[in-house]
Design a protein around this ligand. Structure first.
Ligand code: GH3
Ligand code: MG
Ligand code: MG
Length: 415
């Protein structure tokens, strides 16, 4: 897996390495130096056999072929979960350390040159870091293979079962090292939410490692067998894309919140549930105050950073089954299910306070500045108090926003 730098544009990672937090920069450089230095040391120590060179060439060839075959997929895709793990882990299973390192570098450089470079959303330093991270994960896997095979031959266990166990342990090691490194990067990047890797992502990673193990084993037999791994890899790759399109269809690109259509969908379902169960729920409309002023003072890019920060604030402040959406511009809507009017008003009030407390470093033409003293006008509607249809609720919440603006902004207006 890779570190998700930003979720649908929701993060704050800049285009240059030096704009990242210093601890993160140190972590990147340390990872890269260790990966490069170990490869050099391994190259001096390893003496690959003719068979290992052949397997290396086969795996390299297929990695490049697979990357070429899924090039268009990789291009339309904006978030990357790639299949380097397949080839990297295949290498970890059968190749000596040095060739594993070179295999991963070749595969990543190829993807960089042929796919990512032209897209402009994957700065070189990120590619370098992911490459180093995959190398270290694969080296750990190779280490487990070496030790495991050593133990097997020491005890004279030559059965296939023992080898399979060693491969499973190597895969687990790869996964653990990889996840730990992603976790550290996310922590240093001050993106706690990026540390959470979903079960689906682990499943995908496990599937790619299984395919990698099979590719490695097949490579010890014949190049023709390895070719059998390519179609499943391509299909897996495409499935990931479909899933990402599904995500993109409901997500606001700039902030990572729900888009209008998805928010409406959630709200409609909530209304149906509330009618059925006789419960109440709230709709908050949030409009930032004098946002034009932020743009005029700090520039549009800084304005975008503020919108992203507000989105993160909303996500952190609301409960899991509440839904925050971006309604366009600097307007947000929050759905607060299963709550009483006083609870809903309290949530609105808390959001308003948090927004006023926000201070945010932003990049501007004249260097970094701090945006503070933000505020928002919030209109609240409550089902069934404010209306029986979604349109009525939105109208009441919207009217609340206008009343709040008229009364001097930075306030919550209830139903
Ligand atoms: P108020 O709501 O308090 O009346 O003042 P306001 O300045 O927020 O006024 P208004 O809602 O009319 O203006 C919204 C501004 O938000 C206008 C536009 O420049 C800015 N805006 C809308 N969408 C975006 C965006 O995606 N990025 C940035 N940076 N600015 C945006
Ligand atoms: Mg507005
Ligand atoms: Mg506004």
């Amino acid at each position: 897996m890779r570190f998700r730098w930003r979720r649908a544009g929701g993060g704050d990672s800049g285009p240059t390495l030096w704009r990242q937090p210093p601890a993160l920069v140190g972590y990147f450089l340390a990872t890269e130096v260790i990966a490069a230095a170990s490869t050099v040391v391994f190259a001096l120590l390893d003496q690959p056999s003719g068979a290992e060179w052949r397997q290396f060439l086969v795996l390299c060839g297929l990695a490049l072929f697979q990357a070429e075959a899924s090039r268009t997929i990789e291009r339309v895709r904006r978030i990357h979960v790639n299949m380097i793990s397949v080839w990297g882990f295949a290498g970890a299973v059968v190749l000596p350390w040095s060739l594993v390192g070179v295999l991963i570098v070749v595969a990543e450089v190829h993807l960089w040159v042929r796919v990512w470079r032209g897209m402009g959303n994957r700065p070189a330093y990120r590619v370098v870091f992911s490459t180093a991270m995959f190398m270290l994960s694969a080296f750990a896997g190779t280490g487990v293979m070496r030790v495991g095979n050593g133990v097997l031959s020491f005890y004279g266990w030559s059965g296939e079962g023992g080898k399979a166990v060693v491969i499973a342990l190597a895969a687990l090691t790869f996964l653990v090292v990889n996840s730990a490194m992603v976790f550290v990067a996310a922590s240093l990047h001050r993106r706690p939410e990026a540390r959470l890797v979903s079960r689906a992502e682990y499943a995908l990673e496990a599937a790619t490692l299984c395919l990698g193990a099979l590719a490695g084993l097949a490579a010890t037999q014949s190049a023709f067998y390895v070719a059998l791994v390519v179609p499943p890899v391509l299909v897996l790759h495409r499935e990931v894309l479909v899933k990402q399109f599904q995500d993109l269809a409901v997500i606001d690109h700039k902030t990572g919140l729900l888009n209008v259509a998805a928010w409406y969908d959630r709200a409609r379902r909530q209304l149906a549930r509330a009618v059925r169960d006789g419960t109440s729920f709230g709709v908050l409309m949030i409009d930032l105050d004098h946002f034009k002023h932020v743009n005029d003072t700090f520039g549009h890019l800084a304005g975008d950073e503020v919108l992203k920060a507000i989105a993160r604030l909303l996500e952190n402040e609301i409960r899991k089954h509440d839904a925050a959406g971006r309604f366009g511009g600097e307007e947000f809507a929050v759905l607060v299910p299963d709550s009483t009017p006083p609870e809903i008003l309290a949530i609105a009030e808390r959001l308003r306070t948090r927004i006023t407390e926000l201070t945010l470093p932003v990049p501007t033409d004249t260097g970094p500045h701090t945006v503070a003293n933000l505020s928002a006008s919030i209109g609240v509607a409550v089902y069934p108090l404010s209306g029986a249809t979604l349109e009525q609720l939105l109208l009441v919440a919207d009217r609340g926003v206008y009343t709040a603006k008229a009364n001097g902004r930075d306030q919550v207006v209830g139903p």
